[in-house]
Design a protein around this ligand. Sequence first.
Ligand SMILES: [Cu+2]
Length: 131
Amino acid sequence: MFMKFSATAALAASISLVAFPVLAGSNDYVFDPVSPEMKKGDDVKVAVRLTHKTTGKPVADAVIFRTRVDMAPDGMAEMESPVALLPSKEPGVYAFRTDLPMAGRYQVTLFAKVQGEPETITGKFIIRANK
Ligand SMILES: [Cu+2]
């Protein structure tokens, strides 16, 4: 009798774990670079599109509050570039200016707040700078 009870309790516990998708927020959104390749240089403009995966719609009301651009994909994580956000000209497209001083791959990490979404949305993608 006791054994049967504890098995049921364990089952109930595992069901309740599944019922709380803690990381749902970030998984519902995707950041994509508008152009994944560009010419290397200073003051390069990078544009990213934020899409709500479930609806496929652009997310126009996001606030990007933290950014990081570095060369981690090419083993230079310490090579971090400054980032200056630019005004958004198209709904769901966010732009910033940064330096891509050498040819290679750069990782862009973005942290955003989206209206109605309590969790911070994080996105990572890679862009390539060419000579
Ligand atoms: Cu580098």
